[in-house]
Design a protein around this ligand. Sequence first.
Ligand code: PLP
Length: 283
Amino acid sequence: MNGEYVGKEDAKVSVYDHGFLYGDGIFEGIRAYGGNLFRLHEHIRRLYDSAKAIMLQIPYTPEEMENIVADAVRKNALEDAYVRLVVSRGRGNLGLDPFTCKTPQVIVIAEQLSLFPKELYERGMEIVTVATRRNRSDILNPKLKSLNYLNNILIKIEASLAGVSEALTLNTEGYVAEGSGDNVFIVRDGELWTPPCYLGALEGITRHAVMDFAVDMGYVVHEQPFTRHDVYVADEVFLTGTAAELIPVVKVDGRTIGTGSPGFHTLRLLEAFSHHVRTDGVK
Ligand code: PLP
């Protein structure tokens, strides 16, 4: 916390922190594989982009921040880790004005990774589309990874009520945007499709990595708008994210996708992903 190592039980922030009072802050979720921080540079860049958009001055340079994250993983003697990096506006008064907060809080939590159940990757997951929409025209669009994740939480609540653990959202025009915490891909005739992020999706770093190595593997990748219909009739569907990596989806709104089992291309990409994350990182 702010350059000091603090035990888990003693890591506390003020109730006057505007991150707590108003969701005024930003964050990143980063993963280490065998001590390699996967695409750290891209995560730190996205953090500083988010900071710039909300006029939050991070008291470190991006290079210093990269070292802080790497040190937190080392200090906890972690190999495979999940790192949560949070920068909140800091302590102020009860009013909205962010400029009453003089010192941002920089918090890095490095934890042992808790993996998603293996069967999710073997059997694939069922998801639904939900009524909660993505906003794409505001500054507070999903490109900004802010501490204000209520929209995503509403998506999760709708998913839970439908008896599944993840959902797809559409934007206000009805185009598919993303999941509550993942990006989405569909496969049709051996080609990949993913919505362009301007439709209302976070520019996921896993999404980017998958696009990079899929192209290297000879896949055609379309970054094009598509609708729920295209998802229903896809041969394969999968989600990507730092925590989820690449998760096969086998049912959407009750429609079976492809054969109802994780598809050939999804499994091939998942295998390539496992290799890629161990070779493309910062020690
Ligand atoms: N979309 C949202 C809303 C997210 O919160 C995340 C997770 O960070 C993603 C997509 C996936 O992005 P990444 O691959 O950078 O983890």
